[in-house]
Ligand binder design. Sequence first.
Ligand code: NAD
Length: 276
Amino acid sequence: MQLADAVAVVTGGGSGIGAALAAELAARDAEAVVVADLDAENAARIAASVAGASTRTSVWSHVVDVSDADAVAALVAQVVDRHGRVDLYCSNAGIGTGAGAGAPDDVWDRTWAVNVMSHVHAVRALLPMWLERGAGHLLVTASAAGLLTNLGDAPYSVTKHAAVAFAEWVSITHGDAGVEVSCLCPQGVRTPLLFGAAAGSRPGVDVDGALAAEVVKAQRILEPDHVAAFAADALEAGEFLVLPHEEVADYERARAGDRERWLRAMRRLQARLGDG
Ligand SMILES: NC(=O)c1ccc[n+]([C@@H]2O[C@H](COP(=O)([O-])OP(=O)(O)OC[C@H]3O[C@@H](n4cnc5c(N)ncnc54)[C@H](O)[C@@H]3O)[C@@H](O)[C@H]2O)c1
């Protein structure tokens, strides 16, 4: 797709990768960028900063809980009302838990709602318009955890695998009708999700927050700006799988090629970092 003149929505746009995506889309002369987030203050702050750096992009903020189907539909309706269409929807908001299988059901449910159903709600709201126009681009921010696993975070690993599966399904089912899908799967990125006060210490959740954060921090950490620029290039090139950490492609091949060996290696890594 062409990002210049695109009307784009970025969920989770108030922080981290989403904020960097919003800035990158404006830098590439998008017609409009909507910074959508649960956190009204951060969304407004990022929208103001992106607007300040851009002469030709209309930037505004919108408060949304992406786990709420009606709220997502209202967001899409408002963008269409103001700009006539949505060309690009970056379904980027996501949460981690730092929890194992013993996480309470409400933690599993919330993680599923934010990390998976958000994408489903978006596609339901966008698909009629995109099929009618024969065009539209969905960017799902999943994670390398959706291709591999995230030690110490069971709900995150499971929901990110589901996010990748859904992105693939939409691409397969609607790709020939003009609906493009990209799936962003980074490893560690320097954002509050990984480095903020809440990372690695989530009260009320059972065990391994510290392990989950330490595992990711032990990998190569990329800056959000780099990830956003990499993703924007991939969007313009029409690529499905977006891997700013190129080594993830090798890890995925190793996992698919010999699952037993990969599981043994991951157990060793867990033991090493868990002791650490
Ligand atoms: N940081 C990493 O290392 C990393 C690695 C791989 C994937 N990711 C994924 O990238 C995405 C962005 O994460 P980030 O690292 O920028 O984190 P972040 O915490 O900096 O930003 C996430 C944003 O999403 C918002 N958000 C959370 N729940 C929401 C909801 N229900 N509705 C609307 N907004 C909501 C938050 O308010 C926040 O502004 C997530 O999907 C995350 O899983 C991050």
